[in-house]
Each structure stands twice: as C-alpha cells, then as structure tokens.
Design a protein. Structure first.
Length: 148
C-alpha cells in the first residue's frame, strides 16, 4: 500500500483486495481552502522523526537518557508508517484517532500516533529527518478540529 493509498484509506476507508477505486481519492485540503471554527486551544507543538532518539524507548536516570531499551519500530502506535505532512502524535483522550487537526501556521494533520510524553494539549508532528525536528524545535500554536 502506498502512502497515498494509506492516507486515502484514513479519509474514506480501505479498499478490499482486488477492488479498484472508481474515482480519485480525496486530497487532504490545505489551510487556504477550508473554513475553520473561530475558536481553538493553544497547544505545545514539537516535532519528531523516525530515529531511535525520537521514537525509541529509553531508560532514564536523573532526567537523562542513559540506555536504549527498545529501538524505534518505524510505525505509528496505530501500526501505520508515519507520513511527513500528514502524521501528528496526540493524546487520544483529547484528540480521537483519525481527527483532522488544523494547526495555525502549519496546516492540516491527521491524529494517527501517540507517544509516552504526549499528554493533554500537546502535539508532536512527524518530519522525515532529525535535523528538521531539531530545527523546528518547540512552538505554541492554536489547534482546531476540522470537520469536513
């Protein structure tokens, strides 16, 4: 399954084996062509990549990572490969999986992952490289639910 097929399956449901889509899968709308709710909540936004530092499980002593217990698996908590420009890790008690989330200044993302440090109003956006994750750092942004 290609990344595009996986994204389309999140939006419209998966195709059965041998089934052919009779129309083009819907594209994820960009922030310029959607009408957003007026209100939203400020969230702490960070960025992560598929490396062991960002996604591995570490033993921590005195607030410092000292030993890699389990390396990164390369898939989200939902079992899908993460996609840059699409995947965001959320607290599923705040944002249900599959929610379309508009993040001011960033755009639409799909709630399709969670992490052990993602609690409450915190979002972790997937990017392909560790350098990009570090460069983008931590920001505060207003996030709103997008309902098509």
């Amino acid at each position: 399954m290609t990344r595009r097929d996986w994204l389309a399956s999140l939006l419209v449901g998966p195709l059965m084996v041998g089934e052919v889509a009779d129309e083009e899968p819907p594209r994820v709308p960009c922030s310029c062509d959607v009408e957003l709710p007026a209100s939203g909540a400020v969230h702490r936004v960070t960025f992560y990549c598929p490396c062991d530092w960002c996604c591995g499980v570490w033993r921590v002593e005195d607030g410092r990572r000292v030993e890699l217990i389990r390396p990164a698996s390369g898939v989200t908590s939902r079992g899908h490969p993460p996609i840059e420009g699409c995947t965001v890790a959320v607290d599923p008690r705040v944002w249900p999986y599959g929610s379309l989330i508009h993040i001011d200044g960033i755009g639409l993302r799909i709630a399709s992952d969670c992490g052990q440090d993602i609690r409450g109003r915190r979002l972790d956006i997937f990017v392909d490289s560790h350098e990009e994750a570090v460069r983008r750092g931590r920001v505060r942004r207003i996030a709103r639910m997008f309902v098509p």
